[in-house]
Ligand binder design. Structure first.
Ligand code: GLA
Length: 665
């Protein structure tokens, strides 16, 4: 199977989405010249070009793309060629309205934007396959072709009738017969029993709360239905270009697709990194978010990955779009490389003059090649060139895995839970951030993975845990590992059915608990104090321990005197349980304590807050995310690959400064 190495030519990939169909043809020469000047070696072409390639049904306009492919090739710039299927032309929706998605209310999601296709629509799939086949036939052996880019950020869900029929087929495969489905969904509740397959629908808008397992299965189905679309196009392009890897760029931490399953189907795992819409560039959580997305993508990929898109400066989807201050672009790009990216690319090469993203930044901004923005892009290209020696090298092994699972996320988002303030994504980010602050190297892992290579595993929030995952956790701890579980872990099974006693028996005995009497979420803003002085919030639980030690108790509130943090020893292993959420600093201290006990050391001890250290291959990356200079002591002389300078026993990093240090020869 081809992989990322087949797309590299000894250099980190550097480039961006290139949409020449938006420009007069004579811009091509200037683009190619400026790309070379900036060190660009990969252009992602054709992402939204369906209507240009096929302006009317069956027509083919390949001439412009021939010229683009040839010009890029002549300049030594590789092409990541996209199938254009993320944005069907208006004629498809007009002639085949069944290709358009419908929302939960049955309303049509019209063309005029993008991603307006129903993954279950036979007409959509047929037209997508035709244009993909012709594209692959024409360019499958083009010398510029380095990577296939299928569709773009899959994620559209649909509730139409054709989807309903597809959903039923999917449900038959999962539950076999109606009795199985009724049992799994608990349809005895509220008289929801299905008597015939034809009665079953996607979870459309209903009068009050819908069936949670129906919603969970629909999430699984939607991810699988979109995956079928990807697989179909992947198989077409792969058949025409053996040895060329295939990817589909994902949104980071996106709830709509099961990222573990998707990663298994891709030759190269790629991701688009725009921080959470709630996080501004200047937010202190920004770098931690980048680290989380990088760690997740690397873990999905099983190693190296590709940053397919980031913004050169401002985006256009926040209420106020503040540009990236000087240094941030470089810093965040280096962070991705440190954490395993073998390429750093952008949306997009040249800023659009029209369309809904005309105020989104680009590598080549509206201000042109003489702008400060373009200078930063060129500098980044030069920095990446200096790091070519790191291509293909692995990120240092992580001692810690953070467990993350999409079905648990889906179950954890359902309405009708004990607390709507408990947010899966915030808990995952919060725990990862706590480890990041202490420079503890982490992977992410699915809970049913073999966890044997880690010393410590943390489960920030897995309300749903299936039997296979439970068995893995038990094996891990009995094999000598340290497990740290957040509150409300392992409450439900794969069908989101509450386990007898409210907690999986295998987990209860692993954690050394007797009874979880009641979950006791806290009102928003309420805080608790533990008897070790820790402040905590969001949640608490009324539990009795069996043979666990109590490390901290509630010092106030309704549960005063009750266990808050527990640890059960199991041979050389141990299982910790947090019945509440410590404040960030306290959570970081607690996880650092567990890591130390588990024998996991930080990449560099004693770094000031906001300074990140990551090892990749022979290099130690140091990233100062703060706006003050910092000095870091070095155990032996090191050479900075970015400057060529040798540092004897310490290095001072400027504000937002970085160094990539290797042992000095
Ligand atoms: C996504 C898309 C791009 C563009 C950017 C803007 O990542 O893939 O086409 O819309 O967002 O940030």
């Amino acid at each position: 199977m081809p992989g990322l190495d087949d797309a590299l030519r000894g250099r980190l990939l550097f480039g961006g989405d290139y949409n020449p169909e938006q420009w007069p043809e004579d811009v091509l020469d200037e683009d190619v010249r400026l790309m070379r000047e900036a060190g660009v070696n990969l252009a992602t072409v054709g992402v939204f070009s369906w209507a240009t390639l096929e302006p009317r049904p069956g027509a083919r306009e390949f001439g412009w793309l021939d010229r683009v492919m040839d010009a890029l090739d002549a300049a030594g710039i590789g092409v990541c060629l996209a199938t254009p299927t993320a944005s069907p032309p208006p004629w498809l929706g007009a002639r085949h309205p069944e290709t358009l998605p419908r929302d939960e209310h049955g309303g049509v999601v019209w063309y005029g934007s993008r991603n307006h296709f129903c993954a279950s629509s036979a007409a959509y799939r047929e037209h997508a396959a035709r244009i993909t086949t012709d594209l692959a036939r024409r360019y499958g052996d083009h010398p510029a072709l380095r990577l296939w880019h299928v569709n773009n950020e899959y994620g559209t869900a649909c509730w139409c009738d054709e989807t309903a029929a597809h959903f039923r087929r999917w449900l038959r495969a999962r539950h076999h017969d109606l009795a199985g489905l009724n049992a799994a969904w608990g349809t005895a509740f509220w008289s929801q029993r299905y008597d015939s397959w034809d009665e079953i629908l996607p979870p459309r808008r209903a009068q009050y709360l819908g069936n949670p397992t129906q919603a969970l299965d629909f999430r699984r189905f939607t991810s699988d239905a979109l995956l079928e679309c990807y697989q179909a196009e992947r198989d077409i392009v792969a058949a025409h270009s053996p040895g060329v890897p295939v990817t589909s760029n994902q949104m980071p931490l996106f709830p709509g697709l099961d990222g573990w399953r998707w990663a298994e189907e891709q030759d190269v795992v790629s991701v688009d990194v725009y921080p959470d819409p709630a996080v501004d560039w200047r937010d202190p959580a920004g770098p931690a978010h980048g680290a989380l997305v990088a760690d997740l993508t690397r873990s999905q990929a099983g190693g190296r990955w590709l940053l397919m898109e980031q913004a050169a400066s401002a985006v256009n989807f926040r209420p106020v779009n503040v540009p990236k201050p000087p240094g941030v672009l470089r810093q965040w790009s280096l962070q991705a490389v440190a954490r395993g990216a073998d390429g750093v690319c952008f949306f997009q090469w040249r800023a659009s003059r029209q369309g809904s993203e005309k105020y989104h930044s680009a590598m080549l901004p509206h201000a042109g090649p003489a702008s400060r923005g373009f200078a930063r892009v060129r500098e980044l290209g030069a920095d990446l060139e200096r790091l070519s020696g790191l291509v293909g090298t692995p990120v240092a092994d992580a001692g810690i895995a953070v467990l993350h699972d999409w079905p648990a996320w889906w179950a954890g988002q359902q309405p009708g839970r004990p607390s709507a303030s408990v947010d899966y994504r915030e808990l995952l980010s919060g725990w990862h951030h706590a480890l990041w602050r202490r420079n503890l190297p982490t992977d992410l892992a699915r809970p049913d993975a073999d966890l044997g290579r880690y010393r410590m595993v943390v489960a920030p929030h897995l309300p749903l845990l299936d039997d296979a995952a439970l068995a893995r956790l038990v094996d891990f701890v009995h094999g000598g590992g340290t497990l740290v579980c957040g509150f409300f872990t392992g409450v439900t099974d794969a069908d989101d059915r509450v386990r007898p006693g409210g907690l999986a028996p295998a987990l209860r005995s692993l954690l050394g608990l007797a009874t979880v009497h009641e979950w006791w979420p806290l009102p928003d803003g309420a805080a608790l104090t533990l008897d070790d002085g820790t402040r905590a919030g969001l949640w608490s639980e009324d539990v009795d321990v069996a043979d666990a030690e109590v490390l901290a108790r509630y010092a106030d509130g309704e549960l005063a005197g009750g266990p808050a943090v527990t640890r059960a020893r199991r041979g050389a292993g141990s299982a910790w349980y947090l019945t509440t959420l410590p404040r960030p600093e306290a959570l970081a201290a607690l996880l650092a304590r567990a890591a130390e006990a588990a024998g996991v050391a930080p990449t560099l001890p004693g770094l000031p807050d906001g300074v990140e250290a990551v090892r990749r291959g022979p290099a130690l990356f140091l990233l100062n995310h703060t706006t003050e200079p910092v000095t870091v002591l070095l155990p032996s002389p090191r050479t900075d690959l970015l400057t060529g300078r040798v540092h004897q026993d310490g290095i001072t990093l400027a504000r937002r400064g970085a160094a990539v240090l290797t042992p000095t020869k």
